[in-house]
Design a protein around this ligand. Structure first.
Ligand SMILES: [Zn+2]
Length: 239
């Protein structure tokens, strides 16, 4: 089984105490139903058995999907964050091992660090649908920037995969203010995704799998590097 402790939580609404399971390792190979709980946002939400109040409790945990060699640290605290960076960087350093077999084996692994449960849910959904989280992050930044041009109060875009009326899956971004979804979904077509993946294929290859934090800051850095390179190439062209 996945590893968990039973902890006592005091309900902020009625003040009564009730037990909750707190996982330090969410192993979805051993306990596959935990993956759905993470994706649906119920993993870190408890309902008080006394008054029904919904309580969000996010804590440090390691999400592991050994079948696909995916490890995601959910670092709710700075202490766990620092520890996860240290450990994952150590593992990343081994990717340049001399031995081909060792190197190939390590390069199949995906290591990520996220800071909240919503970002964890997104990563799991993305990897579960065989998508590249870096491509999603680039697309998100593009759509967020254009959304903010008309709605400056929008703070983020939540990635989701829904079902159309005829039963097809459909990727989309949901504009958000804080943790609330505020506008209608922005549909992300498969063509849009694959064009972005193709356009940046070589640049993304350079990063390989060494990036632990693939988030908005990562996407901003990536685009800035692409712009700098394009500007440098323009300057070397004869006038
Ligand atoms: Zn309560």
């Amino acid at each position: 089984m996945a590893r968990y402790d039973i902890e006592k939580v005091t309900c902020p609404s009625c003040g009564k105490v009730f037990p909750v399971k707190v996982y330090d390792r969410i192993d979805v190979k051993r306990d596959p139903k935990l993956k759905k709980k993470v994706i649906h946002g119920t993993m870190f939400a408890e309902h008080c058995p006394h008054c029904g109040e919904k309580i969000r409790m996010v804590y440090d945990a390691m999400y592991a999907d050994p079948t696909y060699r995916i490890t995601i640290a959910l670092a709710a605290t700075d202490e766990f964050y620092k520890q996860a960076v240290k450990e994952m960087e150590k593992e990343n350093a081994l990717r340049s091992a001399k031995d081909d077999i060792v190197r190939d084996y390590l390069n199949q692994a995906t290591l990520r660090i996220v800071r909240d449960d919503m970002k964890l849910a997104e990563k799991v959904l993305i990897f579960d649908n065989d998508l590249d989280d870096r491509v999603i992050e680039l697309l998100r930044l593009v759509h967020l920037t254009s959304q903010q041009a008309t709605n400056p109060e929008v703070t983020d875009m939540l990635f989701n995969i829904g079902q159309t009326k005829d039963g097809h899956t459909q990727m989309c971004f949901l504009p958000m203010i804080g943790r609330d979804i505020v506008n209608t979904p922005i549909v992300l077509s498969n063509l849009n995704y694959s064009r972005t993946a193709d356009k940046y294929y070589h640049a993304l290859e350079e990063y390989k799998e060494s990036e632990l934090e693939v988030n908005r800051a990562w996407a901003e850095k990536f685009f800035a590097a692409i712009d700098a390179r394009t500007a440098a190439e323009d300057n070397t062209e004869p006038v």
